[in-house]
Design a protein around this ligand. Structure first.
Ligand code: CA
Ligand code: CA
Length: 495
């Protein structure tokens, strides 16, 4: 009975979440006495984290930045915070900022939209140097910028990049989180990207929507390692959804290593070329549980152009990749030096008339592994000079457990972009168990049923049981829902 144990985990975590919600309600109870205006004095040598406010009717003076006397500009705020502080920006339209100071590992600085606020940053700040609306950078020799969170902003219409984070080849900036922002219509005249990093290690770019930008949705460049790019929606960008480029021409090691690209939904990019996910000089990176459709250039490209090495030791796992009729190859490993790349459990479909699912440059590509995928009957082992059938491809030693299927056979409603697996889909339970894939695009733990499904979404009948929980805030009763698979019903939940 090891299966039910694993399957019970989603329920347990959901119940934990409900419990935490209740705890959160409790912690937000209004105080019985008036809240102190200033926090208690810090012990000698320590600082107490402050929360500062910015509003369109504020004033940039010291002291100030309080809820009652907010500051006026984001630039003034970011220059007057200390590690651990939070800046809350109230609704309105603002110029952006240039951030040159840092938090610490134990005391990040947060710049965020205040709760319930609509904050639009539609122009570069007064100190900005690149034509980007939000810049996080210091110059070489001045040290690095680190430990900032930028959250909940709408960043629109930048002359160049929308959010622009940089270090130098000698001193990488690091630990920057770009979260829950909407970044759009940036760099339209200059061909620039929505969310950009250069020489930045440990950047986390998550839960953003980046769309209609003049270049890419997200672009991690210039030797920065361990980028995490997850849960973003990236669409209608001229170039790539996600571009990763080690770019040795800019000095540094020219390699992006140890990245994670997961649970992104990437569509309608590539009118100007690129790929949904582009990997140039990228190593040891996991690309999993992404949904890619209607991208009009490449799907996933693993190659070397500017990078110091041919992209290698990457794992492309449980993605759903659907190319339109005007797309390129769905997965393209371009050069023989791009060794040890692995493709497992992916749906790799194309509607193109002669291009197919996977192209590699040479039949004996070193360390290349591909299996348990759903394909079309067109592949190439010579850089698309010739197109071969799945049977011929299998004779080369690839995809022995893979098979051919159409979107209509696989998905609930591909015409409406619903890529959940339909009842009876041949992709259900047809994947292999992967230690580095534990959930799916929607966070559902794998596997449901007998085995891993192929593609980004694990099929399971979800049942939503209403749980009534009493919210402590205001004494209101709130209906909470917890979802789980019927396979993990423990007996104590059912009446
Ligand atoms: Ca590097
Ligand atoms: Ca399954």
């Amino acid at each position: 009975m090891t299966g039910p144990k694993v399957l019970a985990l989603p329920l347990l975590s959901s119940l934990t979440a409900v419990f935490l919600v209740c705890l959160a309600c409790q912690s937000t109870l209004p105080p019985t006495a008036a809240a102190p205006t200033w926090p208690a004095a810090a012990p000698p040598g320590e600082t107490v984290a402050q929360t500062y406010y910015v509003a369109t009717d504020g004033e940039d003076v010291i002291p100030g930045g309080t809820s009652e006397q907010p500051w006026r500009t984001i630039q003034f705020a970011v220059e007057n915070v200390a590690p651990g502080d939070t800046i809350r920006v109230r609704s309105g339209t603002y110029d952006g900022c240039r951030i040159e100071n840092s938090g610490t590992a134990g005391a990040w600085i947060t710049l965020r939209a205040d709760d319930g606020s609509q904050v639009v940053v539609d122009a570069p700040g007064p100190q900005n140097t690149h034509g980007s609306n939000v810049e996080i950078e210091t110059w070489e020799g001045d040290g690095v910028v680190a430990y900032w969170i930028v959250e909940g902003l709408e960043v629109a219409g930048a002359p160049s990049w929308g959010v622009d984070v940089r270090g130098s080849d000698a001193a990488h900036s690091h630990h920057i989180v770009i979260r829950r922002n909407t970044v759009h219509d940036c760099g339209l005249a200059t061909g620039r990207t929505g969310i950009f990093t250069a020489f930045v290690d440990d950047a986390t770019i998550e839960q953003n929507e980046s769309h209609h930008n003049g270049e890419h949705g997200v672009y991690c460049s210039n030797s920065g390692d361990r980028p995490v790019i997850r849960d973003n929606v990236l669409h209608h960008n001229v170039g790539c959804g996600v571009h990763m480029n080690g770019d040795a021409s800019m000095d540094g090691d020219g390699v992006i290593s140890g990245g994670l690209v997961e649970r992104n939904v990437i569509y309608e990019n590539g009118s100007g070329g690129g790929s949904a996910i582009n990997m140039d000089g990228v190593t040891d990176t996991i690309v999993r549980n992404n949904l890619l459709y209607d991208n009009h250039a490449g799907g996933i490209a693993i190659f070397q152009h500017d990078g110091a090495v041919c992209s290698q030791r990457n794992r492309v796992l449980n993605n759903t990749i659907l190319m339109p009729a005007d797309g390129r190859w769905a997965v393209n490993v371009s050069q023989a030096g791009c060794v040890d790349n692995h493709l497992y459990n992916n749906v790799i479909y194309t509607a193109h008339s002669w291009r197919g699912s996977i192209v590699i440059p040479t039949p004996d590509l070193a360390g290349f592994e591909s299996d348990y995928n759903v394909l079309v009957d067109r592949l190439s082992a010579d850089g698309e000079s010739s197109v071969i059938s799945l049977a011929e491809w299998q004779a080369l030693g690839y995809d022995s457990h893979s098979f051919i299927a159409t979107p209509g056979e696989l998905f609930v409603d591909p015409a409406a972009d619903d890529y959940h697996l339909r009842a009876g889909s041949p992709a259900v339970d047809a994947g292999t168990t992967l230690g580095d894939v534990t959930d799916d695009l929607e966070g559902t733990l794998r596997p449901i049923g007998a085995a891993y499904d192929i593609g980004a979404l694990e099929q399971g009948v979800r049942v939503w049981l209403p749980l009534v929980a009493r919210s402590l805030e205001g004494g209101q009763t709130r209906l909470l829902e917890v979802g789980f698979s019927p396979l993990c019903w423990p007996s104590w939940v059912l009446p």
